[in-house]
Design a binder for this molecule. Structure first.
Ligand code: PMP
Length: 429
């Protein structure tokens, strides 16, 4: 039988690090990543037939679980009509209508192929609209890997200890101002100095790329006020939070309206999709209506639209997000209780369908400095122990966890039983 270790060795010959995205590499985990063959509902199955309860969900898109029959059915129904036409299709309009209906801040939306493209395009639009160059982002927030945004970023960049990348010209990075997350005073001070040079603020309204860090009560509202006062564009990067923290995203959950919203993950139902949208005034400046250029050969791909629409329609069911949030709460509360019993310093943070587990004696984690102060080695041992127990967590202390509606009460109980055994081995009692 081919094992994950053999496949990884083979992969490393022709793929940098053996992976097509860095966080998959299990860096620092002292073992090869698990190679997955198939997945169903809440479960991943590896090449050796081992089953795992999955809390990654392809990093967020699969909010109803893997291989959802409704999503697969929608793709199957369109398959024989062709993969791509490079022309307008009715299904793109259906997707746009659906997004605008679910997120009232969006009057017009443009589909792209990834979250990276969504944020990159939104930044260009903010700059083009304001005629200003500077962008404010937050330390440990990840917005994909476009040059302007790969500055003090989270996620894989942080896991790999390279939050800013060589290859990003200093002359470009200098237009990106990075501030501590959840620090409104720092934002106000920055705008007091540079306000009329700042095109916009881009923020993860719940940070999910330095573990899971919800905004403090007035943080997002404060950003809105600062942007309004200085004529800057407020961009919510809801690639992760959109349709997950609540159906209408973090903006619905926290009641703060951005000018532009970036989407990805769930909007594609597991296919490579992103989107950016916002007010008519802003979006009318995008080509071909306006001068701000943006394009994509495969953007609005009919199969991807079919998958995304099927998923969005499904999660619009009343009560879907409440039930998901309750499951997340059960898991998080259960983990905290078991950690306490085992004498392990562990806290959880959550927002709707996403959560984070921190090995720390801190009571809350609100920013990058606090996230990176957590005990990474204890996380590593917990992660490896859980993997051994058949529970697949994100292989990094700087990633959020994701729950799906396919996770049953029994799956959560199995996870907590496993956690109890693993926590007992962590030796902090
Ligand atoms: N923004 C956020 C908040 C993300 O979490 C991610 C990816 N995890 C991106 C942007 C980039 O999306 P993609 O990987 O599809 O380019």
């Amino acid at each position: 039988m081919t094992t994950s270790a053999q496949l990884f060795e083979q992969a490393c010959r022709h793929i940098p690090g053996g992976v097509n995205s860095p966080v998959r590499a299990f860096k620092g985990m002292e073992r090869a990543p698990v190679f997955i063959e198939r997945a169903q509902g809440a479960y991943l199955y590896d090449v050796e037939g081992q089953r795992y309860i999955d809390y990654v969900g392809s990093w967020g898109p699969l909010i109803t679980g893997h291989a959802d029959p409704d999503v697969l059915g929608a793709v199957r129904d369109r398959l024989d009509d062709g993969l791509s036409f490079g022309t307008p299709t009715a299904i793109e309009t259906r997707m746009a209508e659906l997004i605008c209906d679910i997120m009232p801040s969006i009057d017009m939306v443009r589909m792209v192929n990834s979250g990276t493209e969504a944020t990159m395009s939104a930044i260009r639009l903010a700059r083009g609209h304001t005629g200003r160059d500077k962008i404010v982002k937050f330390e440990g927030n990840y917005h994909g890997h476009s040059d302007s945004l790969l500055v003090k970023a989270g996620s894989g960049a942080l896991t790999h200890g390279e939050p800013s990348s060589p290859g990003v010209p200093a002359s470009l990075a200098e237009h990106t101002v990075t501030l501590p997350y959840n620090d409104l005073d720092a934002v106000r001070a920055c705008f007091a100095e540079l306000g009329d040079e700042i095109a916009g603020i881009i923020v993860e309204p719940v940070a999910g790329n330095m573990n899971c860090i919800p905004p403090q009560p007035d943080f997002l509202k404060g950003l809105r006020e600062v942007c309004d006062a200085h004529g800057s564009v407020l961009i919510f990067d809801e690639v992760m939070t959109g349709f997950r923290v609540a159906l209408g995203g973090a903006q619905a959950h926290f009641g703060v309206t951005p000018d532009l919203t970036c989407l990805g993950k769930i909007v594609g139902g597991g296919m490579p999709v992103g989107a950016f949208g916002g007010t008519r005034e802003l979006m009318e400046q995008v080509s071909p209506l306006g001068p701000i250029y943006q394009a994509g050969t495969l953007a609005g791909n009919p199969l991807a639209m079919a998958a995304g629409i099927a998923l969005l329609e499904k999660i619009r069911e009343p009560g879907f997000h409440d039930a998901l949030g309750e499951r997340v709460a059960t898991l998080c509360d259960g983990l905290e209780a078991r950690a306490e019993a085992a004498g392990v310093d562990l806290i959880t943070q959550r927002a709707g369908g996403m959560f984070g587990v921190f090995f720390t004696a801190q009571r809350r984690v609100d920013n990058f400095a606090q996230a990176t102060a957590c005990d990474a080695d204890t996380f590593r041992r917990f992660f490896l122990g859980m993997l051994e127990e058949g529970v697949y967590l994100a292989p990094s202390p700087f990633e959020a966890g994701f729950m799906s509606s396919a996770h049953t009460a029994a799956d959560i109980q199995t996870t907590l039983d496993a956690a109890e055994r693993v926590l007992a081995t962590l030796g902090q009692a």
